[in-house]
Ligand binder design. Structure first.
Ligand code: ZN
Length: 468
């Protein structure tokens, strides 16, 4: 029989050291599955999950680059799944690299059906001419749960083009669903499609950022975007520019930009409220929507959030050239609009990291960041600022692992504090990754017998080459 005092002490200990607790209970682990595959989650394909009526639903890239869905009932502590929710065109040829671009995004419609869009990396040439750009690989696919809030069975809805990638959902308070994506490979417009019938049909794509031959060098103008629901009826986007070279192509990207759309009239405006004509060209975006001109430095698109006054905060990672891709010097930077100008504290306190931002007022902001320190210890931790981003202090560490890299999603939609983000923990050389549902008390636990999903043959699968 358990002594109540010992139980109480055990509870206190557990809450203080949530991420190490699992090791002490042999039948419980801190991951909900071990079948994440490749780079199973990222910030850009989002939301990666949604909290809805007491349950958190999550999605990620699983075996064969197919989308998987699991759910966690917060009151009963019961996990369900993961279930395979669709079949990607990507990931089916044994000798090709893991493509990793087809990660799923999730939205739950007003009738409770769960939607995923996944599998796109520009679409194969065999799908025909892409009217808004070029083609590459995969096929953007839309699936929906056959029953409301039931993740066990899914069907394909043939109602979106095959050419998309970097799929992102925004759902408005009136239930309208916007699907944003790049309409093809690098040299493609960014677009949205609107659904007013719970995702059963979508209006044709509307271009918002234009790809075109670059004026200065033999290259095309290209873009990377991250969308979010703004105040009331607005949708905001933080984005950066990719110089897509014809020869010696590399990851050269610059600058940071911001703009917002009012979904009442579908007009885009810059941060000053000036109306914009879409699709924006590079020159027009530079003139009207620039947050930061990085000059010769390169940038990586981050995330955005609005403070209580409706002013935007955006993040971009900025560094020297290819160092951005290969672990060289780089810095996550935070910018906020004061009402008159964009300002930044330079963020010298912040680590080299990825993650989302939450803003309660213009001065109080919280970043949930994944990074690896000099001792190769990976961690996901809060970083807080109380002076509008001039300085940051590290807060609570939510999870930590030696020689582990943590891939982190954007915040889950309507997130419960116990389940803020989905995390993939990359350790060792396997292509498979343990998946965590992480909140303010660390990862949510699961019985080992339920969480260990991989078969011995899957574990023995030869490692494939990676593509970011
Ligand atoms: Zn390119």
């Amino acid at each position: 029989m358990k002594c109540p005092i010992i139980s109480l002490l055990a509870c206190l200990f557990v809450s203080m050291t949530a991420f190490s607790w699992a090791a002490e209970l042999p039948d419980s682990v801190d991951y909900f599955t071990d079948n994440g595959y490749g780079n199973p989650v990222a910030l850009i394909q989002h939301p990666s999950g949604e909290y809805y009526r007491g349950v958190t639903y999550v999605t990620y890239q699983g075996p064969m680059e197919d989308p998987y869905v699991a759910s966690y009932h917060h009151e009963t502590g019961k996990w369900t799944g993961p279930y395979k929710a669709g079949t990607s065109v990507l990931g089916k040829k044994a000798k090709t690299k893991i493509d990793n671009h087809g990660k799923p995004a999730m939205i739950i419609d007003d009738a409770g059906y769960i939607h995923l869009v996944f599998g796109g990396h520009g679409g194969l040439e065999s799908y025909g001419e892409n009217p808004l750009g070029n083609t590459h690989l995969g096929k953007m696919i839309h699936v929906v749960s056959k029953k409301p809030l039931d993740i066990s069975s899914w069907e394909v809805l043939e109602n979106i083009p095959p050419f998309g990638t970097y799929n992102q959902f925004v759902k408005m308070d009136n239930g309208n669903i916007y699907l944003f994506y790049r309409h093809g490979a690098h040299r493609s417009n960014w677009v949205y499609q609107k659904s007013t019938d719970n995702g059963r049909t979508f209006a044709p794509p509307v271009s918002i950022l234009k790809t075109k031959p670059c004026k200065k060098v033999k290259a095309h103008d290209a873009w990377y975007c991250w969308f979010l629901k703004g105040k009331k009826d607005t949708i905001s986007v933080g984005y950066n520019y990719h110089l897509c070279k014809e020869k010696a192509h590399d990851g050269e990207r610059h600058n940071g930009y911001y703009m917002a759309m009012d979904t009442k009239d579908h007009l885009w405006r810059n941060v000053k409220g000036e109306k914009l004509t879409v699709p924006l060209t590079k020159e027009y975006a530079d003139r009207m929507t620039l947050v930061i001109d990085t000059g010769d430095l390169w940038s990586v698109r981050g995330v955005a959030a609005l403070d209580s006054t409706g002013y935007p905060h955006v993040t971009f990672t900025i560094g020297e050239g290819m160092g951005l891709k290969h672990g060289g010097p780089k810095q996550i930077n935070h910018y906020r609009w004061t009402g008159k100008k964009w300002t930044s504290g330079g963020c010298p306190d912040l680590p080299v990291a990825d993650g989302d931002i939450r803003v309660s007022s213009s001065n109080n902001l919280d970043l949930l960041l994944s990074h690896k320190d000099d001792n190769k210890i990976g961690e996901v931790a809060w970083w807080h600022s109380t002076d509008g981003g001039k300085s940051f202090k590290k807060g609570k560490i939510l999870m930590q692992g030696k020689r582990t890299g943590f891939a982190i999603t954007s915040f889950i939609r309507n997130a419960h504090p116990d389940a803020l983000v989905v995390v993939g923990g990359k350790k060792g050389k396997s292509d498979f990754t343990k998946m965590y549902l992480l909140g303010d008390h660390g990862p949510i636990k699961r019985l080992r017998a339920e969480a260990d999903q991989l078969s011995p043959s899957e574990k023995a699968t030869p490692k494939r080459r990676k593509q970011r």
